[in-house]
Design a protein around this ligand. Structure first.
Ligand code: PLP
Length: 391
């Protein structure tokens, strides 16, 4: 890949850290045993998984037994919602409350539970800045609400939610309702943890914080365990079967430690670069607005709105110019979705384009300056061009 290209899509995925790759290699080359095997090779693999679990628990402020490894954030979200309904639905009820701007891992699962498991669903909207009112979340809770899901920070526009306040209010309303939070974008960017947020269930994913893809975890407060959704050999204390991905788990632990350790220094640096990027673009183009600009938001995310332009056309033109950004959330096909988040903040995704720039630990001042110049050129052409013309 051309090193001159500028990667500003860290909310989609992050480059694995060198330390992460080094930590993974022994488990691919020499220590490739099955952690469930009774011999020395198996025991070595088991020790690696146990060690990684301890380290992730320490970073996220929970007990090791509260960490359930999954194949990423989507599976963690599924396990939280499906597992809570399967475990507690008969006893506590089948009503779910989610915010309207959750990631599809939560939203699509909640809708599937309505179709497949007799659940009722209340979606709580947000304001024009993407803020979900904690009081509105609590007000939606009923006597039969089994679970509330409110993400820590949004993946498309970066808005942070007041998860601990919402959790407190939900508990006052119904102490039996479980609270889940998707912290996939937040880990390493803002402080998160089971205790810190007071939630019962928390989803995290390694590839958003310089770890490998296909590994994540659901943190589940002891006593609030969801029912397993993957049955088999009973790994992860029977909560998620399947031979553990030892190398990925080892890499995840190193990634989580590094990203949380550097957070205090790195986030102000990225926020300053993000602010500089926005100032350069907005200073040059009156047509650009910043989504969620007056709310608390992730320090590394800038979601710029351009009226009268097409998201796909802008992203493609920026790609040709060597700047890798995204239009919010991508479909598996790589196409840009008609964003439910833009709709929730009162924008029309067919009339307004979204350019999401998400910075990372490797982003430099020089890259921000060059990216801003490209965005100004591409967007400037698009807003001057007649409708339907290429930017
Ligand atoms: N939740 C949020 C907020 C995300 O941004 C993502 C990924 O984009 C996910 C969940 C899914 O995580 P994974 O890619 O590990 O399945």
């Amino acid at each position: 890949m051309d090193q001159e290209r500028i990667y500003l899509d860290h909310a989609a995925t992050t480059p694995p850290a060198e330390e992460v790759i080094e930590a993974m290699l022994p488990f691919l080359r020499e220590e490739w045993g099955n952690p469930s095997s009774p011999h020395a090779r198996g025991r070595n693999a088991r020790t690696a998984v146990d060690d990684a679990r301890d380290r992730i628990a320490a970073v996220l402020g929970c007990a090791a037994r509260e960490v359930i490894f999954t194949a990423g954030g989507t599976e963690a979200d599924n396990l939280a919602l499906r597992g809570a309904v399967a475990r507690w639905g008969d006893e506590r009820g089948r009503h779910l409350v989610v915010s309207a701007i959750e990631h599809e891992g939560v939203l699509a699962t909640a809708h599937a539970l309505v179709d497949q498991a007799g659940c009722e669903l209340t979606e709580v909207g947000c304001d024009s800045q993407g803020r979900v009112d904690p009081a509105a979340v609590a007000a939606a809770v009923r006597d039969d609400t089994v679970l509330v899901s409110l993400m820590v920070a949004n993946n498309e526009i970066g808005t942070q939610q007041e998860v601990s306040t919402a959790t407190r209010l939900v508990r006052e309303r119904n102490p039996h309702t479980l609270v889940h939070s998707d912290a996939v974008q937040a880990l390493g960017r803002i402080p998160v943890g089971l205790d810190r947020l007071g939630v019962d269930l928390l989803s995290v994913s390694a590839h958003k914080c310089y770890g490998p893809k296909g590994i994540g975890a659901l943190l589940a407060r002891w006593g609030a365990h969801p029912r397993a959704q993957v049955e088999g050999g009973g790994q992860e204390r029977g909560r998620r079967s399947g031979t553990e991905n030892v190398a990925a788990i080892a890499g995840f632990a190193v990634a989580a430690e590094l990203v949380v350790c550097e957070q205090a220094a790195e986030m102000p640096r990225q926020a300053a670069l993000r602010d500089a990027l926005e100032a350069l673009v907005i200073g040059a183009l009156a047509a650009v607005r910043v989504a969620s600009g007056s709310a608390a938001r992730l320090p590394n995310v800038s979601a710029m709105l351009v009226d009268g332009a097409s998201t796909e056309a802008l992203i493609a033109a920026l790609d040709i110019a060597g700047v890798e950004v995204s239009g919010g959330s991508a479909c598996a096909s790589g196409a840009v979705r008609d964003s439910h988040v833009l709709r929730a903040i009162g924008e029309d995704p067919r009339a307004t384009a979204l350019i999401r720039c998400s910075l990372g630990r490797g982003t430099t001042q020089e890259e921000v300056r060059r990216a801003a110049a490209s965005i100004v050129a591409v967007v400037g052409r698009a807003v001057r061009a007649p409708a339907g013309a290429r930017p």
